[in-house]
Design a protein around this ligand. Structure first.
Ligand code: ADP
Ligand code: MG
Length: 256
């Protein structure tokens, strides 16, 4: 199952969910590839990996290096296709390329059969990199922060998903909404979570990612939370989320 983490808002938890869900799925014995498409490369550095343009997804997208050569085996049981800042020029650079929305799909397709899950971490925009990510994916996971403006911008994202479905990727579907930075002691946080659940019902994952400082510390140690703080509440939340994600993936497959 190929799943993109999408939300054009920055700081909502896309990368945190991508990295830690990938690690939790790997911990369950799944074969997992994490694809970092954000020029800020937070998913890569969060796993302790920094690469130059020639060793990053960029080199594969422009056809300079075969993608297999760029895969990094992490010590956490998952593979990473790392990003680098050169992807920031993608908007302008890809403009001239034929079928520029399908570059990522074409780049990744030889890898798909090797993995149970491919998680694609997207940048905070609705530009060409995000469209490439949506074009290459089967399902979309939308992280929403449990705060007042959670739903702001969501209609624009939903419109983008619809446009991609109509033009580029017919089968793209909303795999699930994940509530992040949940603080059970905070009334607003609880209210937002309830409202989102009322609005989107079964689409929202049961599991919510708690707000904890350990989750914000882990990237600077280059480790997923399941390794940095393996017995903490966030690690346990990601383990339960991984189980839910596997369950949904199984149902999706069964329903065709
Ligand atoms: P995005 O990829 O959507 O921009 P990030 O995952 O990078 O968002 O998260 C933004 C910031 O918030 C980061 O500094 C991250 O460490 C922090 N953060 C994300 N999720 C949590 C959480 N559940 N608890 C505490 N801090 C979090
Ligand atoms: Mg990010």
């Amino acid at each position: 199952m190929i799943l993109a983490l999408a939300n054009q808002k920055g700081g909502v938890g896309k990368t945190t969910v991508a990295v830690n869900l990938a690690a939790a799925l790997a911990e369950r014995g799944r074969r997992v590839l994490l694809v970092d498409t954000d020029p800020q490369a937070n998913a890569s550095s969060g796993l302790g990996i920094r690469v130059s343009a020639e060793r990053s997804l960029y080199a594969a997208l422009v056809g300079r290096v075969p993608v297999e050569k760029l895969l990094v085996k992490t010590p956490f049981g998952l593979d990473l296709l790392p990003s680098s800042v050169e992807l920031a020029g993608a908007e302008a650079e890809f403009l001239e390329l034929p079928e520029r929305e399908r570059l990522l799909q074409r780049t990744l397709s030889p890898l798909f059969s090797r993995y149970h899950f491919v998680l694609v971490d997207l940048p905070p925009s609705l530009g060409i990199l995000t469209v490439n990510g949506l074009c290459a994916s089967q399902g979309v996971i939308i992280p929403l922060q449990c705060e007042y403006y959670a739903l702001e911008g969501l209609s624009l994202l939903v419109r983008t998903l619809r446009r991609v479905r109509e033009g580029l990727n017919r089968d793209l579907f909303l795999f699930g909404i994940i509530l992040t930075m949940y603080d059970k002691r905070n009334r607003l946080s609880r209210e937002v979570a309830e409202e989102v659940r009322r609005h989107f019902r079964g689409t929202v994952f049961e599991e919510m990612i708690p707000r904890t400082v350990r989750l914000s510390e882990a990237p600077s140690h280059g480790k997923p939370i399941t390794v940095y703080d393996p017995r903490g509440p966030a690690a346990e939340a990601f383990r339960r989320l991984a189980k839910e994600v596997e369950e949904r993936a199984r149902q999706e497959k069964a329903s065709g």
